[in-house]
Design a protein. Structure first.
Length: 517
């Protein structure tokens, strides 16, 4: 049943009566071509699209006028509009929606109710009391937001909404509208990093109305000529705001990339220096994640992939057994094949506790692992605790600045705090687990710090548990990372050694291309 299919109409309600769009209960299924045409006809019938002579705000006389404010009085049409617009974006990935005030607000609300999509609202006038917020609703920095608008002419109103969303650190890449007037708005939005998804182009609506003899050929030709001859320019204020928001959204320009050899000389942590030198020597930036169930499988994987990697990453607490002899065997393989051992422990406790976790227990991680990592959630005291154990042993620590799982909270101001903490402890902090350091505020940070990125496969995609994959070229090139961490792409391969060699080649090619850029 449609969202409003059970709505009881009052006797005097001026609702559409003859169209099957209004009479038929709707579903969440994609609209058929017949339904699309019927909606187009209904919009004309209720006066949302009119033809004649209309004076526009600009002073121009237009043969067509689009007034979508009227659809709020026709709930069945409003539902069909929301379904039509949803069908244009149902395959996009976004966390929340924001309707452009005011006409698009009921459309966004209808989409929210009909399809279970969270939304926020932009205040057109920010109050000087209360929360004084420009964006109302529940959201988190780093979430992706879809802008919902009724129609686009120049795109100025969309850009006015884009600015406050981006100031709240929301990511905006897509806009959905019911009607694109085809007067330059799509191009203006594209220049500001936004892709327009239109349910109808005005010319397509003309085709439908001509087909049903509601617009004759002469009038249709007049409308098309008006569109072609009156392409819009953004108002100066909107253009300036759009340029500013586009600049804020774009990754900051980075200086020419330094080679691993050059960065080894800038590293303040001994393991970071060692890792840069190792990568240059072996011509590899590949780390393999040994996410296997047994210690024997882990050791076999280290033997198979060792010649192709710079780092071998373990989760020691998932193995079926552990003792000093296993640690010694892993160290011997690492020495023979020239790679570093990274225990992906993800410490996340107070300093006093992590001292014991890192130095003792049944795993004695600091004794055999060159690298470990930690969350900064407990505060910088966790670095002090780990450093107390690791620095005298010549170890290095990676801080988790970002993660590759969908919905991660490691973003925005948290990532900035991690970068600041690393800068204060470069003697022990050797770098980061990160996803897109090129987009960080201020860039990736000190060239002596290493960025390692998990969730890498040769093809983009994800899994059912929220892991998001990126290619070596994307991670090393566009995102500015240094080391690709590959798990399933290697360990699930029929020949892990051959798969590791393939990833090594792809990762190194991406690195060399980034040096030449």
């Amino acid at each position: 049943m449609g969202l409003f299919s059970g709505l009881k109409k009052n006797k005097g309600d001026a609702q559409p009566s003859t169209s099957s769009v209004a009479a038929r209960a709707t579903t969440k299924e994609p609209m058929t071509q017949e339904e699309i045409e019927e909606l187009c006809l209904e919009l004309n019938k209720i006066g949302a699209v009119k033809f004649g002579e209309f004076k526009l705000k600009s002073g121009l006389m237009s043969p067509v006028y689009v007034d979508l404010r009227v659809i709020v009085s026709y709930p069945l049409v409003l539902e069909q509009v929301s379904r039509m617009m949803y069908s244009r974006v149902k395959d996009l990935q976004f966390d929340i929606m924001c309707g452009v005030p005011y006409t698009a607000l009921p459309i966004a609300t209808c989409m929210s109710l009909g399809f279970g999509l969270p939304m926020v609202m932009r205040r057109k006038e920010v109050k000087d009391y209360g929360t004084k917020k420009a964006i109302e609703g529940a959201y988190s920095p780093g979430q992706s937001c879809l802008i919902v608008e009724d129609l686009v002419t120049s795109g100025a109103s969309v850009l006015e909404t884009l600015d406050p969303l981006q100031k709240e650190q929301l990511k905006v890449t897509d806009v959905v509208v019911l009607i694109d007037r085809e007067q330059g708005g799509e191009a203006h939005l594209q220049k500001n990093g936004l892709k327009l998804h239109a349910a109808f182009k005005l010319s397509a609506m003309l085709d439908v109305l001509q087909k049903h003899n509601l617009v004759d050929e002469a009038l249709a030709g007049k409308v098309r000529a008006f569109i072609a001859e009156n392409q819009t320019q953004l108002p100066a204020a909107a253009a300036a705001a759009g340029a500013a928001t586009a600049a804020a959204a774009a990754p900051p320009a980075q200086p020419k990339r330094l080679s691993y050899e050059e960065r080894a000389g800038l590293a303040k942590n001994s393991v970071a220096k060692q890792c840069f030198e190792l990568m240059a020597r072996k011509r590899t930036n590949l780390a393999v994640a040994a996410d296997v169930a047994t210690a024997d499988e882990m050791l076999a994987l280290a033997e198979q992939t060792g010649p192709h990697i710079c780092v071998f990453k373990t989760h020691v607490d998932i193995f079926d057994r552990w003792d000093d002899s296993i640690a010694a065997k892993l160290q011997e393989i690492a020495s023979r094949h020239d790679f570093l051992i990274f225990e992906d422990r993800k410490f996340a406790d107070i300093g006093n506790t992590v001292v014991s976790q890192y130095a003792g227990g049944i795993y004695k991680i600091a004794d055999w692992s060159h690298i470990t990592n930690a969350h900064l959630v407990p505060g910088p005291g966790i670095i002090d605790g780990l450093k107390q154990v690791g620095l005298p042993k010549g170890r290095g620590c990676l801080l988790l600045a970002e993660m590759s799982s969908r919905g991660t909270l490691a973003a925005g101001s948290y990532t900035e705090a991690v970068a600041a903490a690393a800068a204060q402890h470069e003697d022990f902090v050797m770098g980061f687990i990160s996803v897109n350091p090129a987009a960080w505020k201020g860039g990736p940070g000190s060239p002596g710090l290493i960025h390692m990125t998990p969730g890498v496969q040769l093809a983009e995609g994800g899994d059912a548990l929220g892991q998001q994959y990126n290619t070596p070229a994307s991670v090393i090139g566009a995102r500015g990372s240094d080391v690709i961490i590959v798990g399933r792409g290697v360990i699930k391969a029929a020949d892990p050694a051959a798969a590791a060699a393939e990833y090594k080649e792809a990762g190194w090619a991406a690195y060399e291309a980034s040096l030449a850029a």
